[in-house]
Design a protein around this ligand. Structure first.
Ligand SMILES: [Zn+2]
Length: 557
């Protein structure tokens, strides 16, 4: 026996087989049972939600040999032929391929004749919005004076493209996208009937991937069954669809709650191992934080889109609301960091650690933790994860000694720029301001304007900046709004930002970047001139070096 794809095999054969769309079915059943039939029905909704399935069942209801009924027998020749797509009085048209007026004319030519076998001649026109204006006119003429034995079933994903004259002559039913819960329930029943083992979590991934379409859900299920070699497991399905594992997202929030830095880095390792797209992962993290925030304020408003409603509610009870807000802001700003980073994993780890470090009550000296970090070797994908577990006082002390020792042994590196932790925002130095602007990584004109600012004064809730007057011509309220938003996000609280225009007496981040770039070019030129091979060429050919032509490949940020 040949394998039949699930979407076809499990296509509902009666109204009672259908998952969802109860509101539509109830009206249709009522009309059929009371013999109150209309001559034109329009089913609207996105792809795969059941428009043509309902229309085909409806055609059976009208033509079942047992009589007009909402529960066709499924056994008579009319029911069987409709199910097999070969019933002579069910004329199915895909308007996407038949849009010319001649096609419609040909289609409607036979409207006047009585049905050959059935009670009704049923015209099912799918994607009806694709018909041409002339075709619509031809259809309209029939709809205005329909012969009594005709029923039109129109289906479209885009009802707005239908002429109002057509719309007004149809009974309209709008089909809803299926909820993840409905899809999961249906997939579960299919898998049980097919005797295929599965993990419940996998079904939620499929439901999410299907975006409300049952047909897509069944197609994805088919793919998963072959991908997972017959056992539908969550990890494989999440890999197939590229959707992050929900349990991994929950683990991140739990690590943040438990202030467990190594736990966070473990999560980052799992993400890297399973090659998730960091952007998609971040989107999903934002979505979870959003649901947690809702869970705290309106517990009834939490959806069960991932099958984890109870887990989200429980987690929300254990988290501080200001923490959730802070994590959300950091994650939101982190998208920019991720876009700019050449090593997304590193950027993602920094983002997670930032959530931990900037949480309102860090249990250890934040400045110390950061100082230790600046001396640690740079974390790469190959090196083991840095151990940034919250330090006990003793451990911190020994770390500090180690750090001091390292500083005396190692090369005199340029003084590390210390990012001012949130509590110290009242003492932004020119250096920490440069680091902060760098970290915010705002792009475009707004970013350029901010890089040309220096801090004038600040306190816990406000920050006054001076914008370099030579760069001020593009400045407007929209830039101020964006800068305020970003700084509020950075500090994790509403900041009042004031920007005045004037002369700068300290180095702005933009001038710092420029100076670094110039120094880098000078160094490159010097290295070039001192290069043995270059010197040999100069000597041998009496060559002359054009300094302007030397450029540095990567601009220093
Ligand atoms: Zn029948």
């Amino acid at each position: 026996m040949t394998y039949q794809v699930l979407a076809r095999k499990w296509r509902p054969k009666s109204f009672s087989d259908m998952a969802g769309q109860e509101h539509v079915l109830q009206t249709l059943i009522h009309a059929l049972d009371n013999n109150r039939l209309h001559h034109a029905y329009l089913f609207t909704g996105t792809r795969g939600v059941g428009k043509t399935t309902i229309a085909r069942i409806f055609a059976k209801c009208l033509n079942c040999e047992m009589g007009i009924t909402s529960t066709p027998c499924g056994k008579c020749s009319a029911c069987l032929e409709i199910a097999e797509g070969r019933f002579i009085d069910l004329i199915e048209v895909d308007a996407a391929s038949k849009t010319k007026v001649e096609d419609t004319r040909e289609l409607l030519e036979n409207v006047q004749y009585a049905p050959s076998r059935g009670r009704y001649k049923v015209y099912l026109i799918d994607e009806v919005h694709m018909l041409s204006t002339h075709s619509f006119n031809a259809l309209l003429k029939t709809l205005e004076e329909p012969p009594p034995h005709i029923v039109f079933l129109l289906a479209t994903t885009d009802p707005h493209k239908l002429p109002i004259t057509i719309l007004s002559r149809c009974l309209q039913f709008s089909l809803k996208n299926l909820s993840p819960q409905k899809i999961v329930d249906y997939l579960r029943s299919v898998l049980i009937a097919e005797q295929i083992p599965f993990e419940e979590g996998a079904l939620w991934h499929l439901a999410k991937g299907a975006q409300g379409s049952m047909r897509d859900a069944l197609t994805l299920l088919d793919q998963s069954i072959s991908f997972c070699a017959g056992n539908v497991r969550e990890a494989e399905v999440s890999e197939l669809l590229g959707t992050p594992d929900q349990t991994l997202l929950i683990r991140i929030i739990e690590a943040l709650k438990g202030e467990n830095a190594s736990g966070l880095l473990d999560c980052a390792s799992s993400i890297a191992e399973r090659s998730f797209d960091y952007f998609i992962f971040l989107e999903n993290l934002l979505s979870l934080l959003h649901r947690l925030a809702i869970a705290q304020l309106v517990p009834g408003g939490v959806d069960n889109s991932q099958g984890d409603r109870e887990q989200v509610l429980a987690l929300a009870r254990e988290l501080k609301s200001e923490d959730i807000q802070l994590y959300y802001q950091i994650a939101l700003n982190g998208r920019q960091d991720l876009a700019n980073a050449h090593d997304p994993r590193m950027a993602f780890e920094m983002l997670l650690l930032r959530m931990l470090v900037f949480s309102p009550q860090p249990p250890v000296d934040t400045a110390l933790l950061m100082q230790v970090d600046t001396h640690s070797p740079i974390q790469t994908a190959e090196t083991p994860a840095i151990s940034a577990e919250r330090l006990t006082p003793e451990a911190a002390d020994s770390e500090k000694k180690k750090t001091e020792l390292k500083a005396k042994d190692s090369d005199p590196a340029p003084a590390p720029v210390k990012v001012t932790p949130i509590e110290d925002s009242a003492c932004l130095t020119p250096q920490s301001w440069i680091a902060l602007v760098d970290e915010l990584a705002i792009t475009g004109i707004t970013g350029n304007l901010l890089a040309n600012c220096i801090p004038e004064s600040q306190n816990e809730s406000s920050l006054a900046l001076i914008l370099d007057e030579s760069q001020s011509s593009l400045f407007n309220d929209e830039h101020l709004r964006r800068i305020t938003q970003c700084l509020s996000g950075y500090f994790g609280r509403e900041m009042l930002v004031r920007i005045s225009i004037g002369q700068l007496d300290t180095e702005s981040p933009a001038r710092f970047r420029q100076r670094m770039q110039e120094e880098r070019i000078q160094k490159t030129v010097k290295n070039f001139e001192n290069d043995e091979n270059v010197q040999a060429i100069v000597q041998q050919f009496s060559a002359h070096i054009q300094q302007d032509s030397i450029s540095v490949a990567n601009e220093v940020k």
